[in-house]
Design a protein around this ligand. Structure first.
Ligand code: SF4
Length: 338
């Protein structure tokens, strides 16, 4: 089959759009979607200048998603003096897994000549995930501990690095899974948090203009750049996982393929299987889920907002929290590591 745009052989067929594309045109469409998302989410602030650039931290794990995101961001903004990019990797302490993925991170950032920082659970928190899994004082899945620790370190170090934005490599499948999980759990507050944390477009800082956020139609809602945490963004969220993998393969990017030995998100796994089946039988399902969910999440954010949530400092570590001791410190207590 030939490419729909030239006479080269197609390397992919996207059932949801009906398109057949050669490697060159496929690569262009991936990059175009990422750049469009950056524009639509208003990620480059109006007041960024070469003299006062905005600093973006990329969460780089060495897996295909974060590697593709890092490559595209660097190629997009390498010549733009308004944007500074720094890659940040986290070593969770998982034997035989993270060392290899960090090697891929080093290779990539060396090739791109990008600043790269690595922090570890061992040095920062006094725990390693292999030991956490063995102890498991809260009787939880490994990812439930690991997610809390990772969020904390990303946030702490994004602040240390004076970041204006934290970017992660979540793809369309990841986001559609999260959306469906929130809907199936009936968790409207979680939808509101999802919107405010990462999927709503950022405002331009001029919040005096226009009506209060809660009074705006859902399609016009934005999220504010807040004082107490670095905003997040997911520029890959319009690109299906398989296309991210194909892009990485066609560009021959350094990445680590193995799965974490502690991965155990059984509900997400079920949703993943369900979505794959739905997408196969009804191409475009992931896109339509996200189109409706974004509007729903914006409405939920309008109802709950996060302006009313009291944010205090954790009694132990000073991190922003709505309770006296933050979740990370609570878990470290349970692990006897605090
Ligand atoms: Fe941590 Fe779970 Fe990811 Fe493994 S799969 S690195 S335990 S969050």
């Amino acid at each position: 089959m030939d490419c729909d745009r030239c006479d080269q052989s197609a390397v992919m067929h996207a059932a949801y759009s009906g398109q057949h594309l050669c490697d060159t045109h496929f690569i262009q469409t991936v990059e175009k979607r990422v750049r469009r998302r950056i524009r639509e989410d208003n990620l480059v602030p109006d007041d960024a200048t070469p003299a006062d650039p905005t600093r973006w931290i990329i969460g780089l794990s060495g897996g295909k998603d974060s590697v593709v995101l890092t490559q595209i961001l660097q190629e997009t903004f390498a010549e733009d003096p308004r944007i500074e990019l720094v890659a940040l990797s986290i070593h969770e302490g998982i034997e035989g897994y993270r060392d290899r993925s960090l090697a891929a991170c080093e290779t990539l950032t060396d090739t791109l000549d990008m600043r790269h920082e690595t922090v570890s659970y061992a040095e920062e928190l006094g725990v390693e995930m292999d030991d956490v899994v063995a102890d498991d004082p809260e009787n939880m899945a490994a990812c439930a501990y690991c997610g809390v620790f990772r969020r904390d370190l990303l946030e702490t170090h994004a602040e240390r690095l004076d970041a204006d934005l934290m970017l992660t490599g979540h793809n369309l499948d990841d986001e559609a899974e999260t959306a469906l999980m929130n809907v199936l759990e009936g968790d409207t507050q979680q939808m509101a948090r999802h919107f405010d944390a990462s999927i709503g477009p950022l405002d331009d800082g001029g919040d005096e203009a226009g009506p209060p956020a809660a009074d705006r139609p859902a399609t016009e809602r934005t999220r504010h750049r807040q004082d107490h945490h670095v905003p997040r963004a997911k520029p890959l969220r319009d690109v299906p996982e398989k296309e991210v993998a194909l892009y990485a393969q066609l560009r021959d990017l350094p990445m680590h393929h193995a799965e974490c030995p502690h991965a155990d998100e059984s509900f997400r796994g079920e949703i993943q299987d369900l979505l794959l089946k739905l997408e196969e039988n009804h191409p475009g399902t992931r896109h339509s889920i996200m189109a409706g969910y974004e509007e729903l999440a914006a409405m939920a954010a309008g109802v709950y907002g996060d302006d009313d949530v009291e944010v205090d400092a954790c009694e132990r570590c000073g991190a922003p929290t709505a309770r006296g001791v933050c979740r990370k410190c609570g878990l470290l207590d349970a692990l006897g590591a605090a």
